[in-house]
Design a protein around this ligand. Structure first.
Ligand code: ZN
Length: 293
């Protein structure tokens, strides 16, 4: 979902409540008015984040500091729970590709303390958390045949972090909670999970209790475009995003649906969108590839 900007919301309140004060006399209207006033007050305190790559704007209730803290905590928890791969080849590849993608992201991710870890598991999965914490499972590492494909995965995942999609989702859950639907408190009650786990869910990772939430279609499209930009700036072939998507699609035909596909629904439309977008990043790729030859 998306939120109206602060000015629009304010205007609606003026039109709906202040210009017709008689309506406020009934208790129901008073209750509604107090919810709306609370909603507006919350929006007034919530930062409006502007995506540095796409220019898209949305409300984010969590501060950058809180996201960094929760990201570091959640990553430590995953490292404790999962087995870290010691495969020298996979580790060399993720560090080599990760370093270049991190350089491309640069100061668009303030406070990053980059960390790239391969987790030993057959799962086809990857995730990134605030602070530049990136995890790729060995199953997915084995599926990618080139550094370009790995750059497509890392670029996409880190784009969710730069875009603060997790903070945006937590904000949406919190604001929905204020108007009576399933909010973060309700989710905590329903699933019995802690904020750190909710945070993992919000970032599309698998929480300690194994729940998965898919990203929204809009956030996915945004991360796809941003991912192409970062991969191309890092000198990786943006066409690899398409071959990766096709490989994941083929893998999804097998008995078990890959975990990454559960959080990143892939379909013909997504591949078509990538095909349309990739040519715009070829010049950037060719320019930057030389820097790494
Ligand atoms: Zn995604």
């Amino acid at each position: 979902m998306s939120f109206p900007d602060k000015a629009d919301t304010h205007q609606q309140v003026i039109n709906g409540e202040l210009i017709h004060p008689n309506e406020l006399k009934s208790p129901v209207c008073l209750q509604t008015a107090s919810v709306i006033v609370t909603f507006v007050l919350i929006l007034a305190f919530v930062g409006c984040y502007t995506n540095p790559v796409t220019g898209r704007q949305y409300a984010v209730i969590t501060s950058v500091g809180e996201e960094l803290r929760l990201g570091a905590q959640a990553f430590t928890a995953v490292k404790t729970k999962e087995t870290i791969s010691l495969d020298p080849e996979a580790n060399a590849r993720i560090q080599r590709v990760g370093r270049r993608v991190s350089t491309a992201v640069g100061d668009q991710l303030p406070g990053a303390q980059w960390e790239y870890v391969v987790f030993q598991s057959d799962e086809l999965n990857a995730f990134a958390l605030p602070g530049g914490k990136v995890g790729v499972y060995s199953g997915l590492m084995n599926l990618v045949t080139t550094d370009d494909e790995l750059a497509a995965i890392i670029g996409h995942e880190i784009s969710h972090v730069v875009a603060r999609h997790g903070g945006k989702r937590m904000t949406e859950a919190t604001l929905i909670g204020l108007v009576g639907a399933a909010g973060s408190t309700a989710m905590n009650e329903k699933y019995g999970i802690q904020k750190r786990d909710l945070f993992m869910l919000a970032y599309g990772g698998i929480s300690a209790v194994g729940y998965i939430l898919p990203h929204s279609h809009e956030d996915e499209s945004e991360a796809d475009v941003m991912g192409l930009q970062y991969a191309a700036q890092a000198g990786y072939n943006p066409y690899a995003a398409i071959t990766l998507c096709e490989k994941m699609g083929a893998a999804s035909g097998k008995s078990e649906v890959p975990a990454w596909l559960s959080t990143h629904p892939s379909n013909a439309q997504r591949i078509a969108d990538l095909r349309a977008a990739v040519p715009h990043f070829v010049a950037t790729y060719q320019e930057n590839r030389r820097r790494y030859e």
